[in-house]
Structures are given as structure tokens and as C-alpha cells.
Design a protein around this ligand. Structure first.
Ligand code: FAD
Length: 330
């Protein structure tokens, strides 16, 4: 009899303690890491996902632009993803942070904050990034709810409302022009950043107001909801949503420690990966926001899924080589 798709694992799922050596350790259990685990679990690989539960979008009540899950909780998506993985007996989870990763001969040695040490034949870094917000009082309190990042993720919800784009450089002009597609009340807050003449002309031509006064504070109403902006001259302007551009800080310490190649893109150093997530270090892979700040949930899922399949293919190739060598020696 063929096993049914719905057949749950019949043996108890392994724990991190069960394996001195895993096929793959995945560091980070967000959209990218869990998608990789799904491909590897379905390939009967022994996989440990280590996650310290701080996905980038945990501040947002709803996520958007994710087909089939539009306007649902991002944390529910991850919880459902973990439930999907329960079917695959080779996949284990450890709620911890990876503190140290190093090469130890043919394998990687991984030290967890829980104190456990383990090894793996391959490692996928899916640790995401930290958003470094502009240092403006009140701004961080509204991050993910009132102060948002991406017009594709949260623009529709701000349609026909009073929107401000808090600039930190000329790249925010694009954000403002995207938002102009959704509302005719957009203000570009220069806040001391550079605004080239051509960009200024484009804003003016599309009826986007340009505000030169510095932002002193983001102000809330009596319920703690975003109310508006206070300028450095003490006057307030009401806004319904602020689009900000935090500096992305990839959580890439392990990739750097192992000597993976990096490149500068738009003033931030990103690890270099091929389309499957392969880094310049053999056996070391990366996927999702740790490789690219623009990677939305569907992109992260796709990158994780590709990396999971490619890691399995790599392991199969190594196993074929070992089997051929063993049979030649017989
Ligand atoms: C406010 C906000 C709203 C957003 N809204 C949307 C939206 O509506 N739609 C959309 O498509 N995208 C949205 N995004 C983008 C979305 O957050 C990312 O696309 C997605 O989180 C990327 O997935 P990831 O798996 O690469 O990283 P993450 O989801 O950040 O997951 C990384 C995981 O790795 C863990 N980790 C990190 N370091 C370690 C370590 N050393 N040891 C163990 N675990 C570790 C973290 O705790 C985390 O759980 C939003 C982002 C923000 C900031």
C-alpha cells in the first residue's frame, strides 16, 4: 500500500539531543528557514531548525501580498508551517539561538545558547535582518502599525489617507511615488536628507508636498495610535501612516565568521549567493532577508525552498561519489 499524503509520522520526532550529526542545521525558522526544512524533510533528511523566534515582521498584525494568506497574521503562517513539518519525522526544532558556527573538518560545528553543541554536513543561514529605525522619539513605538516599510505590503491599507514618507536618502522618492498611486495626499519629509533637483521636480509634478522642516517626534493619540508628526518648530501635522526606510542590518555574523564572500549593494554589505542560495563557502547556504532586504515573505519562501532542494541535491551527489568510491574499492 502506498502511504497516504496525510499519513502523520509514525515514529516520535527526533530532538536536538538525538543526533550528534545532522544532515543539515537551519539557523532561523522564519519563512525562508521553514520552507527549506520542508524540502529537506520531504527528502528524508535529518534536519535541525534552530530558531529564537524574532521574525522581522513580528511587529505587524497582518501581512499582505502573500497569496492565499493575504491580511492574515505572519505569526500564524509560521505556526502553520511548523505544523506542516510535524509530518516529516526527520525534522526537529530547538528554541534557542545559535551562538557560534565553525568548520570542523568535513562538518560544521554549531554551539547553541542552550549549551548544546551539535554538528551538520551542511548549514543554511536563514536568520533574516534587523531594521535599524531612524532615531526619532515615538517612531519605534508604531513600527509595523502606523509606521511601515513597503508600499506593496502596507500601501493598500493606507489608500486615500494622509501619508508621509520619512526620507533618509533619495531612494525614498520611489517610495513616495509608489504611494502617490494609492492616495493623492502624500508628503515627502526631507528631514535633512539629500533631495536631487530631478527627484524634487518629479515629486512636484505629481502633487507630492515636500516638507523641509525636521521631524522632532512622532505623536500618538490618547489610545496610543499614530496621530501625527511634530516638527522641530513645535507645530504638529496629522498623518494616518508614515512610510520609513530603516537601515537593514543582516544577521550575518556566522557567514562572516566562516569567510563567505560579501558585496556592497546600495551601501549595505550583503552575502553573495547564487540563485540556489549557495555561498562561496562549500556546504554553507543562505536564504531570505539575510541575503536581501527586499525579500518579502513569498520571496523568502521561494529562496528557502530552492536552497532546501539544492542542499539535498548536493548531499545526494556526495553520497553518489562515496558509493562509487566504495564499490570501486571492493
Ligand atoms: C513591519 C514589517 C511588515 C512586513 N510586512 C510584510 C508583508 O505584509 N508582506 C510580506 O511579504 N513581507 C512583509 N515584511 C517582510 C517580511 O518580514 C520578510 O519578508 C520575512 O520575514 C523574511 O523571512 P526570513 O525567513 O528571511 O526572515 P525572518 O522572518 O526574520 O526569520 C528569521 C528567523 O531567524 C531567527 N534567528 C536570527 N538569528 C538567529 C540565531 N543566531 N539563532 C537562531 N535563530 C535566529 C529569528 O529569530 C527569526 O525567527 C514585513 C517586514 C516588516 C519589518
Amino acid at each position: 500500500m502506498q502511504p497516504s499524503d496525510a499519513t502523520p509520522a509514525t515514529t516520535a520526532a527526533p530532538t536536538a539531543a538525538d543526533h550528534p550529526e545532522w544532515d543539515v542545521v537551519i539557523i532561523g525558522g522564519g519563512s525562508a528557514g521553514l520552507s527549506a526544512a520542508l524540502m529537506l524533510g520531504r527528502s528524508r533528511r535529518h534536519v535541525l531548525v534552530v530558531d529564537d523566534a524574532r521574525p522581522r515582521n513580528r511587529f505587524a498584525g497582518h501581512m499582505h501580498g502573500v497569496l492565499g494568506r493575504d491580511h492574515t497574521s505572519p505569526l500564524d503562517l509560521l505556526a502553520d508551517g511548523r505544523r506542516d513539518l510535524e509530518r516529516y519525522e526527520g525534522v526537529a526544532f530547538e528554541a534557542s539561538a545559535v551562538e557560534h558556527l565553525e568548520r570542523a573538518g568535513a562538518v560544521f560545528e554549531i554551539a547553541l545558547a542552550s549549551g548544546r553543541r551539535t554538528t551538520a554536513r551542511a548549514v543554511l543561514i536563514a536568520t533574516g535582518l534587523h531594521d535599524e529605525l531612524p532615531d526619532i522619539p515615538g517612531l519605534a513605538e508604531h513600527w509595523g502599525d502606523g509606521v511601515v516599510l513597503c508600499p506593496y505590503c502596507d500601501g493598500w491599507e493606507a489608500r486615500d489617507s494622509k501619508v508621509a514618507v520619512l526620507a533618509s536618502g533619495p531612494m525614498n522618492v520611489h517610495q513616495a511615488q509608489l504611494m502617490r498611486q494609492l492616495t493623492d495626499d502624500v508628503t515627502y519629509l526631507v528631514n535633512g536628507s539629500e533631495l536631487p533637483d530631478a527627484a524634487r521636480a518629479g515629486l512636484a509634478a505629481r502633487g507630492i508636498a515636500v516638507e523641509e522642516r525636521r521631524v522632532a517626534e512622532v505623536v500618538a493619540d490618547e489610545h496610543g495610535r499614530l496621530r501625527g508628526i511634530r516638527f522641530d518648530d513645535g507645530t504638529d501635522a496629522p498623518v494616518d501612516a508614515i512610510f520609513a526606510a530603516p537601515v537593514p542590518r543582516p544577521k550575518d555574523g556566522a557567514l562572516r565568521a566562516l569567510g563567505a564572500r560579501f558585496e556592497d549593494r546600495d551601501g549595505v554589505e550583503w552575502v553573495v549567493v547564487d540563485p540556489m542560495g549557495r555561498t562561496s563557502v562549500p556546504g554553507l547556504w543562505a536564504a531570505g532577508n539575510v541575503t536581501d532586504g527586499r525579500s518579502s515573505v513569498p520571496f523568502a519562501m521561494s529562496a528557502g525552498s530552492m536552497a532546501g532542494a539544492a542542499i539535498n541535491a548536493d548531499l545526494v551527489e556526495a553520497e553518489v561519489r562515496a558509493a562509487v568510491a566504495a564499490s570501486a574499492g571492493r
